[in-house]
Design a protein around this ligand. Structure first.
Ligand SMILES: Cc1cc2nc3c(=O)[nH]c(=O)nc-3n(C[C@H](O)[C@H](O)[C@H](O)COP(=O)(O)O)c2cc1C
Length: 165
């Protein structure tokens, strides 16, 4: 089985999760920035990761999934600044799944990622009240994804790999 791990990661959070997943793969595997992936031909399974940006999947990831995921085995991993379990996240995850609507969606993982100082500044100045409110909660996101979350991502990947064997 040939497995790809690919990701969009502006500030490194999703990349950390990608690395934790990649370590769990025992057979033939590749890890690439999404920009370097021209398509999914030849892969039996692709882990595709990206951050939530403006209440939905980061745009390059959504465009990639819409173009290349149809008929493919896909597992999504997603990071966001909001705490896990927050009601708002369900809706965002649905829109991520929507971008992969044509795929054989194997599983979805999500966890919190630190909101960078630069992005928090941008959110504060955006004029969007909700974004500004989150920027003020930045301190609650510091250090994420932490070791516990990366361990959870690795365990999730292990299960996904087992189910695709
Ligand atoms: C332009 C932009 C918009 C964002 N919008 C949201 C959002 O709607 N909800 C949220 O929880 N986090 C939001 N975030 C925070 C990121 O999802 C979070 O920090 C993520 O872990 C970043 O991952 P990365 O380091 O892999 O880019 C946003 C970040 C950026 C840059």
């Amino acid at each position: 089985m040939k497995v790809l791990v690919t990701y969009v990661s502006r500030t490194g959070n999703t990349k950390k999760v990608a690395e934790a997943i990649f370590k769990e793969i025992k057979g033939t595997k590749e890890m690439k920035d999404l920009e370097q992936v021209g398509g999914l031909e030849g892969y039996d399974l692709a882990f595709v990761g990206f951050p939530i940006e403006a209440y939905g999947p980061a745009k390059p990831a959504a465009a990639f999934l819409e173009k290349h995921a149809t008929g493919r085995n896909i597992a999504l991993f997603i990071t966001h600044a909001a705490p896990e379990g927050d009601d708002r996240i369900k809706e965002w995850l649905e829109s991520c799944k929507g971008a992969a609507a044509g795929a054989k969606l194997v599983a979805v993982f999500d966890c919190q990622g630190e909101l960078s100082e630069q992005i928090a500044d941008f959110m504060l100045k955006s004029g969007d009240e909700q974004l500004a409110a989150w920027a003020k909660e930045r301190s609650t996101t510091m250090g994420q994804p932490d070791a516990t979350r990366l361990k959870r991502a690795a365990a999730w990947a292990k299960e996904v790999l087992k189910s695709c064997r």
